[in-house]
Ligand binder design. Structure first.
Ligand code: EPZ
Length: 443
């Protein structure tokens, strides 16, 4: 495979990658009724873990349905920095890992993408050693990796953290990890994924108890199984991995993004629009669909992998974010925008991250009536929000502000788009195609 530069399918995505994000903002004129069908892209949180999982493959593999996002571009840069050769064509990425070395991913790249830490498990189990900078925290929390590190140590790695770098080395015979029984204090998605990937090439059996059950964990397990890994129980609280000596190439398509789909469901609910979304996997959105129904918006599945919104009046409802299958923390901000204009009093409790209520201040600038006490947001529904200039603070908060702008009176200008562009592919093009009045403007 020729080693070409990474080019993205859409001119706009390239522009996003090259334009200083603080120079652009989204101008949204609210009140437009939306209609039509939205195409849902591949799942960001699957793609990031699976791109790291490609390091387990001794030759090369092909990934399909990869979204064109800043986070994906950054993960591609990190894999390239450690010696992989990537070729991107549309939503397909070919990853050749024949010549990966135990090079350290540069901190300046890792600091921009926490998910780069997913490389530690595959590198350690394949090469016997790995050096990955400790990812910092981010706007929503400290984001420690102690559960990842403890899991690798349980698999027989010697792990030292010095000068902000995690240095791991397999102590086992011929530099190989050894299977173990690991109990996770918290069903961490990332820790489950790190341990599962590291265990695929370890000697013997590994059992992960209190594992995360998110669909992205299942997608990663299915990807690893397509490489020849022996994994059972992904999607349940207990995952079994039988180590193998070597894996092989694969051609794998990732699942659609349930969080992008959930974001568009809320956009339809708040604008009372009968939107159709495809492709989606309804079982990945059970809690969000149940919550929308409680609020007054029905969701039907007229055909497999298609969801349709039946809009209705909006009434208050309470939400507590929990690990899957509980209500997803990644949809909390978006639902807060919806509850801000739902009749009655709602309570949202954010139990997964310690600082994921920063969008409250910006929604209040638009006329919402929300009070925060600890990790609880008390929402008094108002009839309508008013457009205003607002600043996104993190990825899902930016989506919540766009949603609020779609339903608000007058014009909303959302700045801080570097957050939004990390996780939503061409969101303004998708919204414009269903009737929204939205433009990306230079500020
Ligand atoms: C993944 O993050 C997702 N990111 C997040 O999506 C998502 O919000 C989160 O899972 C929960 O579903 C990716 O998959 C790239 P966790 P992750 O480990 O793996 C604590 C988005 O918006 N914890 O399940 O980092 C942690 O501090 C992003 O797309 C430890 O204490 O989430 C948090 O409070 C945001 N020690 C809780 O567990 C650890 O070693 C859940 O974190 C690891 C985690």
């Amino acid at each position: 495979m020729e080693d070409r530069a990474i080019n993205f399918p859409t001119e706009q995505t390239t522009t996003i990658l090259t334009t200083a994000p603080e120079e652009t903002a989204l101008e949204i004129w609210g009140g437009m009724p939306l209609s039509g069908e939205v195409k849902i892209s591949g799942a960001k949180n699957s793609a990031l873990a699976i791109m790291a999982g490609a390091l387990l493959c001794p030759t090369d593999c092909r990934l399909r349905n990869i979204p064109a996002l800043v986070d994906i571009a950054r993960m591609s840069q990190i894999l390239t920095a450690i010696g992989a050769k990537l070729t991107t064509k549309g939503d397909i990425i070919d990853i050749d890992t024949r010549e990966i070395g135990n090079r350290e991913a540069p901190y300046d790249l890792v600091s921009k993408l926490r998910a780069s830490f997913f490389a530690i498990g595959p590198l350690l189990t394949r090469l016997g050693a790995a050096k990955v900078p400790l990812p910092g925290g981010c706007a929503i929390g400290a984001r420690p990796v102690d559960l990842h590190v403890r899991g690798l140590a349980a698999l027989g790695a010697e792990v030292q953290i010095e000068n902000g770098v995690v240095n791991a080395r397999a102590k086992g015979r011929n530099g190989r990890l050894k299977g173990a029984k690991i109990y996770l204090d918290y069903p961490s998605v990332g820790a489950t994924e790190t341990i599962m990937m590291a265990a695929t090439l370890a000697e013997g059996e590994t059992r992960i108890e209190n594992a995360a059950c998110e669909p992205e964990v299942v997608d990663l397990a299915n990807f690893c199984r397509s490489l020849g890994a022996k994994i059972k129980g992904a999607g349940s609280k207990t995952i079994f991995i039988s180590g193998v000596d070597r894996l092989h190439s694969t051609d794998y398509g990732i699942i659609p993004d349930r969080i992008e789909a959930g974001t568009f469901l809320v956009a339809a609910a708040i604008t009372r629009s009968p939107l159709t979304l495809a492709p989606v996997i309804p079982e990945h959105l059970t809690s969000a669909i149940a919550k929308l129904k409680a609020i007054g918006t029905k969701i039907i599945a007229p055909e497999p992998n298609i969801l349709q919104v039946i809009p209705g009046q909006l009434r208050a409802s309470d939400i507590e974010t929990l690990p899957f299958p509980g209500f997803p923390t990644d949809l909390q901000a978006q639902f807060m925008a919806l509850l801000a204009v739902s009749e009655g009093n709602s309570l949202i409790s954010e139990t997964v991250f310690e600082n994921r209520l920063q969008h409250v201040a910006e929604l209040n600038r638009m006329g919402a009536d929300i009070k925060v006490k600890g990790n609880h947001a008390f929402i008094k529904g108002v009839p309508m929000l008013a457009g205003a200039p607002v600043m996104a603070t993190d990825l899902r908060a930016s989506a919540a502000l766009v949603i609020a702008g779609l339903a608000a009176r007058d014009k909303t200008v959302v700045s801080g788009l570097h957050h939004l562009d990390r996780g939503y592919e061409n969101i303004e093009a998708k919204l414009r195609s269903i009737g929204a009045k939205i433009e990306r403007v230079r500020v």
